[in-house]
Write a protein that binds this ligand. Structure first.
Ligand code: FAD
Ligand code: DHB
Length: 392
């Protein structure tokens, strides 16, 4: 058995865990990350692509924003497609803000490099991870690495282990309230080394279902189509995907789509989920471990970043002996933002997707709401303000 001690044990090396580790290092707080997968597996997961300014600011604070600032694409708006036409929502004009298109994979890569360069410990491929003692004074993370039991004693545990992780599940059931909504469809996503069809993202409402034209760079595109929850990825050939995508876009955009072989193809279910509170004793939940939003509003990674921004601040103040207020207010501060993002993500998802039981009335209402949205400055501003992100 190997026994070690750290100040903060972080479970999960996704963006939440890695960013928390980087921010704590800036404040000279010692942390060890325990991750069940390999580094290659974590880097291979293709997910988010849109960063709010607040997230970029946190990356800067963590000392890891250089490549994002250099290679990230500044987007001043998005386009909504419905009734065969495109309508632009101008973030810059409506809010004075923009978003940055820079892949979660790149954020993860940059954070991993930073950790490796600073000799900060991340224990990958940890098996049978368990947390104990977080309801008292002496928490511990126990796991098995290369067949050897590891005991990591700590002051606090940060549960950054995503929706399927063990941290939330380790809290007594009667101490958490769960709020959940599962949507009756999924997103089929394709990544391909082809130039994006437009320089900004297109969110399309179409009678065959939602479609999203996103991107990672000037030469790499990320596209999604709404699909059935019964669909299997291997049923979707690249050709079938490109055909379906083009059917859901206005004719002139469909013609302009450059197709090519997919380098990744996956199906994601859509869910809204919140666990309250986000703290139990010396365990703090952050990111997808505490909440999930459907991806339409591009909020998941950004929420994870603001959670760990608050947590790093609270822990730093605690270790400086200044105050416990940041830790005591952590859950309430996060949840106030989380519910705003839940509302927006639910609303935008409901507006843009085909729901099996909506009927003709539901479709006409969506059309009416979309027309109102693009025709009203205050409605467009509300969309823009929520999309670019609320100030911290
Ligand atoms: P995760 O990324 O899930 O990381 C959790 C980590 O914990 C994983 O590495 C996992 O292996 C590890 N782990 C799990 N269990 C254990 C255990 N028992 N022990 C140790 N480690 C464990 N968000 C946006 O902001 N913008 C977008 O544009 C966007 N687009 C998306 C598109 C899609 C298709 C999807 C699926 C998601 C999208 N998101 C987006 C959401 C975003 O990807 C997530 O919110 C984000 O990954 C959350 O980060 P996290 O670190 O909290 O969790
Ligand atoms: C991407 C994903 C989203 O959920 C979104 O709303 C915008 C972009 C993406 O993967 O690029």
């Amino acid at each position: 058995m190997v026994q070690r001690r750290t100040q903060v044990a972080i479970v999960g090396a996704g963006p939440a865990g890695l960013l928390l580790g980087a921010l704590l290092a800036r404040h000279d707080v010692d942390a060890v990350i325990v991750e069940q997968r390999s580094a290659e597996y974590v880097l291979g997961r293709i997910r988010a692509g849109v960063l709010e300014q607040t997230t970029v600011d946190l990356l800067r604070e963590a000392g890891v924003a250089d490549r994002c600032l250099k290679e990230g694409l500044t987007h001043d708006g998005i386009e909504l497609s419905f009734d065969g036409a495109l309508h632009r929502i101008d973030f810059r004009a409506l809010t004075g803000k923009h978003v940055t298109v820079y892949g979660q994979t790149e954020v993860t890569h940059d954070l991993m490099q930073l950790r490796a360069g600073a000799n900060l410990i991340t224990d990958y491929e940890a098996e049978d991870v368990q947390i104990e003692g977080f309801d008292g004074e002496h928490p511990m993370v126990r796991y098995v690495k290369n067949g050897v039991v590891q005991e990591l004693a700590c002051d606090f545990v940060a549960g950054c282990d995503g929706y399927h992780g063990i941290c939330r599940a380790s809290i007594p059931r009667d101490a958490v309230s769960i709020y959940e909504k599962v949507y009756p469809f999924g997103w089929l996503g394709v990544l391909a080394d082809v130039p994006p069809v437009r320089h900004e993202l297109i969110y399309a409402n179409h009678e065959r279902g939602f479609a999203l034209c996103s991107q990672r760079s000037k030469t790499r595109s990320r596209y999604y189509v709404q699909c059935s929850l019964d669909d299997q990825v291997d049923q979707w050939s690249d050709e079938a995907f490109w055909d379906e995508l083009r059917r859901r876009l206005p004719a002139e955009i469909a013609q302009a789509v450059t197709t090519g072989p997919s380098i990744e193809k996956s199906i994601a279910p859509l869910r809204s989920f919140v666990a309250e509170p986000m703290r139990f004793g010396r365990l703090f939940l952050a990111g997808d471990a505490a909440h999930i939003v459907p991806p339409t509003g591009a909020k998941g990674l950004n929420l994870a970043a603001t959670d760990v921004g608050y947590l790093a601040q609270g822990l730093a103040e605690h270790y400086l002996g200044r105050s416990r207020a940041g830790l005591d207010q952590y859950s309430a501060r996060c949840l106030s933002r989380v519910w705003k993002a839940e509302r927006f993500s639910w609303w935008f998802t409901s507006l843009m997707h085909r729901f099996p039981d909506a009927g003709a009335f539901g479709s006409r209402l969506q059309q009416a709401e979309l027309s109102y949205l693009v025709g009203s400055r205050s409605a467009s501003s509300a969309l823009a303000e929520n999309y670019v992100g609320l100030p911290i």
